[in-house]
Design a protein around this ligand. Structure first.
Ligand code: ATP
Length: 328
């Protein structure tokens, strides 16, 4: 009997393994069955390539999907939860605004207000739960994924660099770019002087294990990518990190080139950007609380004026002064 003990415990171990495998398989089938949260319509159309489109939010409400919702097996469970009125709260509630083609709209507001969520909907990372997001007059849900990807260029706070050469990092934005086009984009993004000064120039390996770019340099490289991609809509999350004055002024100059004649939605942290904006939307609690230009909102003395004093008037954030006023 003693000799049987080993094999028996092994068998019971196998049963455990078998159960795990079966459960894993059923998870795999469940995942294969899953429909993506956003889908391209079979009759989806392409966005006109030649003009900068406008952006319109009409009565948009949105809440992030829960883990339950992305699992098909739990749809019944979710339905029951909905029937009991247990849903996640709306992150955006009845948001409406219009960004005219070729203009810059700054989104400002406290942390967690919903600013990034608005930008996620413009790139169609998610669909609204109600209401409509329109680009160039089209409901985003009627456009092909490719034309949205082509039209919208995103620069986030922390630009991701591949562990590869600067050249490859740039070609990722436009694989067919010529040497001259790469240099032109780097000049526009105020990063060419730095690249030219490196012994290997564009062939310098960057990323965590290569030449480590500073925050300001990474941002300018991201702007160079944007210039190569030539999107007609720019979604930009301005960095909150304090850059040194020189880097800051260079980033501002680069942005001026990058945003020219594009439709821009900027999560703004800098006074220079909000002063430049054609329109400022003050987002709070998932809604648009105030809208107007800097002067109009300051005169109103509401939430914007409060934010201005606590956030934007901070000389440490806005210390970078341009050499000339017209550079901003
Ligand atoms: P910040 O200025 O801090 O970046 P924000 O105004 O951009 O804030 P959002 O990031 O849009 O705010 O977040 C709005 C709300 O949505 C927050 O309550 C946040 O916790 C929630 N949220 C953001 N992303 C997700 C997500 N992927 N899943 C679930 N909830 C999320």
């Amino acid at each position: 009997l003693g000799r049987l003990f080993g094999p028996i415990t092994q068998l019971s171990g196998m049963q455990e393994l078998f159960q795990t495998v079966v459960v894993s398989f059923s998870r795999v089938f469940e995942l294969l069955d899953l429909k993506p949260l956003i889908q391209e319509r079979p009759d989806a159309v392409k966005l006109d390539k030649d003009v900068a489109p406008d952006i319109e939010f009409e009565n948009v409400s949105f809440r992030y999907p829960t883990a339950d919702e992305v699992s098909l097996a739990s749809l019944e469970h979710l339905k029951a939860k909905r029937e009991r009125g247990e849903v996640t709260p709306d992150v955006l509630r009845d948001v409406s605004f219009h960004v005219q083609a070729g203009t810059l709209t700054a989104l400002v507001g406290p942390s967690g207000a919903g600013k990034s969520t608005i930008t996620h909907l413009v790139s169609r990372l998610y669909d609204p739960n109600s209401g409509t997001v329109r680009v160039g007059g089209h409901d985003l849900r009627d456009l092909t994924f490719d034309s949205i990807r082509e039209a919208v260029g995103v620069v986030s706070q922390d630009a991701y660099l591949f562990h590869d050469t600067i050249r490859e990092n740039l070609l990722y934005a436009r694989p067919t770019a010529t040497e001259d086009e790469l240099i032109e984009a780097c000049k526009g993004a105020q990063i060419w002087d730095l690249i030219e000064s490196l012994p290997l120039g564009l062939d310098t390996v960057t990323g965590d294990r290569g030449y480590r770019m500073s925050g300001g340099e990474k941002q300018r490289l991201a702007i160079a990518r944007l210039l190569l991609k030539e999107p007609r809509i720019v979604v930009l999350d301005e960095a909150t990190a304090h850059l040194d004055s020189e880097s800051e002024a260079a980033v501002q100059r680069a942005l001026k080139t990058a945003l020219r004649s594009r439709t821009s939605l900027v999560i703004a942290h800098r006074l220079s950007t909000i002063r430049e904006a054609d329109q400022i939307l003050v987002i709070d609690g998932g809604g648009v609380r105030e809208r107007g230009t800097h002067d109009e909102l300051m005169a109103k003395g509401g939430l914007y004026a409060e934010l201005y004093h606590t956030q934007f008037a901070d000389p440490r954030i806005n210390e970078a002064k341009p050499e000339r006023e017209d550079e901003l």
